[in-house]
Ligand binder design. Structure first.
Ligand SMILES: Nc1ncnc2c1ncn2[C@@H]1O[C@H](COP(=O)(O)OP(=O)(O)OP(=O)(O)O)[C@@H](O)[C@H]1O
Length: 585
């Protein structure tokens, strides 16, 4: 809450005006909350007294009703100021959290991609609850209590101030004790709510897999279990709240009993007027009404605070320093010295990799499934951080290049090409691609993106993950995009696996030929026939680089490489096509 308040007061957020307006409105509401009961006291005292004035009667009634109605109107007006502040806060945190979360998701390859949208979707609601429910409720309650105490001290006997003050302090202590317990339950409930968002998001994203495999019932059960866990966590939270409310209102109840009994005795003995008695009990109950709704707010706000805290942990990114931009025609060799990496304790990774890739060369990384090819490629591109050794591109240690700038030196195209649900034009010119749409069109025609004669509609929306394109078209789109990227080293992670050998050879020639053959092209492939054309083949097995050299050399030196080649040959279909080529046609 302290960080939120600090941010609301800061100049760059642009919410200061709304804050000042809201504060001014709140002061008026508090003033009316104190003045209204006072008008009632004056009215009652006049009625109990000897003289009566119609004008006085009218003015006090108008003041009492006016304060009550005015406070309600101003409180509603304040809601729009709160909405403006919440919008500004949500925009600030959403942008910062995304800026921090996207690189984290990329590097960690974990399930945060499902968690982050749920977390950010709940953020505006959480902020509204905290700003409206806590900042605007707790603060005014305390201010109103102080103002009431001052009025009571001026008009009535000081012992009532003492009783009310002690009651409030007791209430705050009970709240503090309960809130510590509540926080644990609120965090558990927030985690369970995140799990529900992630589970539902995951199932909806994989709708086809669920329905086509007849697994709908199973997934509904799975969702039910996640919802059940959330219900269980929420039940614990409500139990802790009930306990807290019992403690709080025992304290408040005792205070009110003492206050009202003493006041009744004072009225009976003529030490207090009926108006003062009404004033005292109105102030006391005006304070307890917002306090009693505080329990409900805390139930919601606890989860909201946990949600905001989650977002805040993401939002602490510093502005990234920008390194010098390599010139498009820069040549860069790649040197890897004894590099090791593990996904975690006892988990797979790669070990002791050393290799030198001269600038402008074509390298193929091959090896069986799970041998560590993608892991090595991501280490080379600095997507994953190696635990030991050194990787240098063009002589610069990759670890010293700011994360946001690594793609300018070495660009990694992942195995799973993610496309936006936007137009073909937007996807194909997606940064850092920098080329004329006419050049792309020419390339796509050459690569037979569509059957001959069919025009390319660049405004066509591609659907989620490019579902309106075939597997081969998705890869051709990505390769045509990469043909317009100025980068010294390009790594393709099986980006040509769905292409027929001719299209694949065309694409490799196009990418290699960029910038006067300056681009170093590294390609992960399962086709040893493609590797035959490479200047250097890196052969991976069990997370180790077991061989490197020309295809011919590896054939001579490595039995397992030869074995892989023979298996590929025997998998070739009788009509001379490769199995994946057959699938494509
Ligand atoms: N994020 C991750 N967390 C934990 N283990 C991982 C992670 N990513 C990959 N692995 C494991 O690391 C090993 C190497 O994976 P990698 O993707 O590098 O293999 P690959 O040679 O590229 O495989 P393929 O040919 O199937 O694409 C595998 O056992 C894989 O399960």
């Amino acid at each position: 809450m302290a960080r939120l308040t600090q941010l609301m007061l800061s100049e760059p957020l642009g919410a200061r005006r709304s804050l000042v307006e809201a504060f001014a409105l709140e002061i008026l509401v508090i003033a009316m909350g104190v003045a209204g009961p006072y008008a009632l006291k004056l009215l009652i005292d006049m009625l109990a007294g000897p003289s009566e004035s119609r004008l006085y009667l009218f003015v006090t009634v108008m003041l009492f009703v006016g304060c009550w109605a005015g406070a309600s109107i101003l409180e509603t007006a304040r809601l729009s100021c709160t909405a403006k502040m919440v919008d500004a806060l949500a925009r600030h945190y959403t942008i910062r959290a995304l800026a921090a979360a996207l690189p984290e998701i990329t590097a960690a390859r974990d399930s945060r991609s499902g968690r982050v949208p749920g977390m950010l979707e709940r953020l505006p609601y959480s902020l509204t609850l905290v700003v409206e429910g806590l900042i605007w409720r707790l603060g005014p309650v305390i201010l109103q209590a102080l103002a009431s105490l001052v009025v009571i001290a001026g008009l009535i006997r000081p012992r009532y101030v003492l009783i009310l003050a002690l009651t409030l302090v007791g209430f705050l202590v009970a709240t503090w004790l309960g809130a510590r317990r509540h926080r644990v339950h609120a965090e558990a409930t927030n985690a369970a709510a995140s799990h529900v968002s992630r589970t539902i998001g995951d199932i909806v994203r994989n709708a086809r897999r669920v329905v086509l495999n007849g697994a709908l019932d199973r997934e509904l059960l799975h969702t039910g279990a996640a919802l059940g866990a959330k219900r269980h966590a929420a039940a614990g939270m409500y139990r802790s709240l009930t306990l807290m409310a019992a403690l709080q209102f025992c304290v408040v109840g005792l205070g009110l009993v003492a206050l009202l009994l003493l006041a009744a005795l004072d009225v009976g003995q003529g030490r207090m007027s009926a108006g003062d008695f009404v004033l005292l009990q109105t102030y006391a109950f005006r304070l307890t009404v917002p306090l009693s709704s505080l329990g409900y707010i805390l139930a919601q706000a606890g989860v909201a605070i946990a949600n905001i805290r989650d977002v805040l942990t993401f939002s602490t990114v510093d502005a990234m320093e920008t390194a010098s931009k390599p010139h498009p025609t820069d040549r860069a060799d790649l040197s890897v010295e004894n590099v090791s990496f593990r996904y975690g304790e006892g988990m797979p990774g790669v070990a002791g990799i050393s290799v030198h890739v001269p600038a402008g060369s074509f390298v193929a990384i091959v090896g069986p499934n799970g041998s560590g090819k993608s892991t090595l490629a991501q280490l080379l591109a600095g997507v994953l951080e190696h635990s030991s050794g050194r990787i240098a591109v063009g002589g610069i240690d990759i670890a010293t290049i700011p994360w946001a700038d690594r793609h300018r030196h070495i660009l990694y195209a992942p195995q799973f090409i993610g496309l936006f649900n936007r137009s073909l034009r937007e996807n194909i010119l997606y940064p850092p691609a920098n080329q004329a749409i006419g050049d792309v069109e020419e390339l796509l025609h050459l690569w037979r993106f569509h059957e001959p004669g069919r025009p390319i509609d660049f405004e066509m929306e591609l659907g989620e993950q490019g579902e309106r394109l075939s597997g081969g078209q998705v890869q051709k789109l990505e390769l045509a995009r990469l043909a317009g990227v100025d980068v010294p080293v390009l790594i393709l992670d099986e980006s040509t696996s769905a292409l027929d050998p001719r299209s694949e050879a065309n694409a490799i020639a196009k990418l290699r030929g960029r910038a006067g053959e300056a681009t170093t092209l590294i390609m992960i492939t399962h086709r040893l026939a493609t590797a035959q054309a490479a200047d250097q083949v890196l052969f991976m097995e069990g997370g180790r680089l077991v061989g490197s050299g020309k295809h011919r050399e590896l054939m001579d030196r490595h039995r397992s490489y030869r074995q892989l080649w023979l298996e590929e040959r025997s998998a070739k279909l009788p009509d001379g096509q490769w199995p994946d080529q057959k699938r494509l046609s």
